[in-house]
Design a protein around this ligand. Sequence first.
Ligand code: MHO
Length: 203
Amino acid sequence: APPPEETATATFGMGCFWGPDARFGAMPGVARTRVGYAGGDDPEPSYYSLGDHTEVVQVEYDPEELSYDDLLDAFWANHSPFSAPHKRQYRGVVLAHDESQREAAAESKAALEDRTGKTVQTEIEPLDGFYPAEGYHQKYELRSTPVASDELESLYGPAFVESTAAARLNGFVAGHGDEERRRAVLADVDLSPAALSEVRRRF
Ligand code: MHO
């Protein structure tokens, strides 16, 4: 399927960014994902010199297929909102791109607190700068199937990490998605039999 013409973008901190990169990447309606550093003031963050930033995943999605509330559901279900983070690097945070995201996030946070009677530690802040992480952190799970990952790289070039195919496969090799969707994506992607069976062995 061709990528949507207009995407919306969401940014979340939810612990080590490898996991949520894979989880969101497998979701129908997600067009692209990337991981990076955000939520701090340091002008030049890197993995080994993060400053006051947090590991985040950025999700570009088709708003006709998926809503920001759907993403928030996945966000709350896949980090630990009630425990204070050990390090700022891994804190739970919604980095809102606009006022409507900020409101939706605040409402869902209040609803979670009402439902559980517990205090949510997760923060909600406006996004102010996103710094892409090093290449080897992008589609990290997919790099554990190197035949497939190298083939995607030669198909799409270094920007393969920004492809929908890479997002999906990165999710599938991490165990996300259902068999029907995997089959549809694998039938559509231009990989060799060797790459396909390398990926298939993971689920
Ligand atoms: N230090 C952990 C998390 C990495 S994540 C990119 C690990 O090596 O598994 O922070």
